[in-house]
Design a protein around this ligand. Structure first.
Ligand SMILES: Nc1ncnc2c1ncn2[C@@H]1O[C@H](COP(=O)(O)OP(=O)(O)OP(=O)(O)O)[C@@H](O)[C@H]1O
Ligand SMILES: [Mg+2]
Length: 375
């Protein structure tokens, strides 16, 4: 059954709203072979957007390869997944991948495994090691295949920030960049859920991936779009929600995509016919309860100073932390300590640094924190 609202996984079809401008732009980059780096706060809709563009591409000369690097722990983990994704997804039939593997990836011992579920796909693996293949050989695959088949290959890599965690990460990044930047038949779309790590990889002049491609920042979906989306989804269930309640959903969630859908779903679940005060309140409480375990885990082990800084930010203090007034109220330790406290919270993705100061990264965390730890 089609769901009224979806959160926690990437969305498609009826559950995908707006993003018209971004879809168009990304599609243009794909078809013109431009590298793109997609950055946004967590759960704003990067994966959904890339999948949407892949679905709407109708040019047979362009082949998109999608891979997720979330479980890659080392350079060769990455190459194995990269090679398997490229070979498999540029093969149109199950039996073609083996030929492709033999042609483009000599010296491999390919394995194929079929899922026990007959509707599910199959997966391939090649057992690539430093003894069998050099990094350059693997990284050149899309270019080789593209040239041979006369098509353009776009490789989309989700959770790309993982490469920043590899041993010798900087060397790995240099290798990737130096091979990829000369390719004519392949381009790349790189994105990931850890914004501060992605920013580190791509916006620092000293890093190998600096200016590798167009930086695309995924903004929030507008309130106007959300209101009509929410009302339309309620209507499909023969229920009603006023514009004001939709605005309230957007206000509470600060238009964060995943939370908008989550809260809207809770409101729908609490509502028989039409949304009122009582239903809304219950829905909001349900959402805080759903987030509770995760938030508890996120603040576990924080030091007193780190908690104090969170308190300050949750109370609306965004800068001038070293002023006497803020220090007297929140006790943030010494000046030299402050940078450490701040960076620890940024590393944990609890806060983020914007041009005009420090902010919470998660609007619901802020509400939760204020009701539990701020009086
Ligand atoms: N275009 C959209 N229309 C409606 N809802 C959306 C849209 N994009 C994202 N969402 C909502 O946000 C949730 C997260 O989407 P998605 O997984 O694509 O985000 P992400 O930015 O890749 O997340 P992460 O940072 O965790 O990788 C979805 O489950 C859905 O609830
Ligand atoms: Mg994602």
């Amino acid at each position: 059954m089609e769901k009224a609202f979806v959160y926690g996984v990437s969305v498609e079809n009826e559950n995908f709203t707006d993003r018209i401008k971004e879809t168009k732009r990304l599609k243009l980059n794909f078809t013109n072979g431009l590298n793109t780096i997609l950055i946004s706060p967590r759960r704003m809709g990067k994966t959904s957007l890339v999948k949407k563009v892949i679905d709407t591409l109708d040019n047979p000369e362009i082949k998109v390869v999608y891979m997720d690097a979330y479980d890659c722990r080392s350079e060769y983990d990455f190459y194995n997944k990269f090679a398997a994704s490229v070979i498999k997804q540029t093969s149109s039939k199950v039996d073609q991948w083996l030929e492709n593997a033999k042609e483009f990836l000599v010296r491999v011992s390919p394995k194929i495994s079929f899922s026990p579920d007959p509707t599910m796909d199959y997966s391939v693996s090649f057992g690539i090691t430093p003894e069998t293949h050099s990094p350059e050989e693997i990284l050149s695959l899309p270019e080789l295949i593209g040239a041979k088949k006369n098509m353009h290959i776009v490789v989309c890599i989700d959770e790309f920030q993982q490469i920043g965690e590899f041993p010798d990460s900087l060397d790995v990044q240099k290798r990737l960049r130096s091979v990829w930047q000369h390719q004519r038949y392949a381009s790349y779309c790189l994105f990931g859920s850890k914004k501060h790590l992605m920013t580190k990889l791509f916006q620092n002049k000293r890093m190998p991936f600096y200016q590798f491609g167009e930086m695309m920042y995924l903004d929030k979906i507008s309130t106007e779009d959300w209101v009509s989306y929410i009302q339309y989804r309620f209507k499909s269930r023969n229920k009603e929600i006023s514009e004001d309640w939709c605005l309230e959903i957007c206000r509470i969630t600060d238009n964060y995509s995943s939370y908008v859908q989550q809260l809207a779903w809770n409101v729908l679940a609490e509502t028989d016919k039409s949304v009122g005060e009582e239903e809304f309140k219950a829905a909001k409480e349900a959402m805080l309860a759903q987030c509770d375990a995760l938030f508890v885990q996120q603040i576990q082990g924080l030091t007193t100073y780190q908690m104090n800084l969170l308190r300050a930010i949750c109370n609306g203090v965004n800068n001038e932390f070293m002023s006497k007034k803020v220090m007297d109220t929140y006790n943030l330790g010494t000046k030299s300590n402050f940078a450490r406290i701040k960076n620890a919270l940024i590393e944990k993705e609890l806060i983020e640094e914007r041009k005009d100061g420090l902010y919470l990264s998660d609007p619901i965390f802020k509400i939760w924190f204020n009701s539990n730890y701020n009086d």
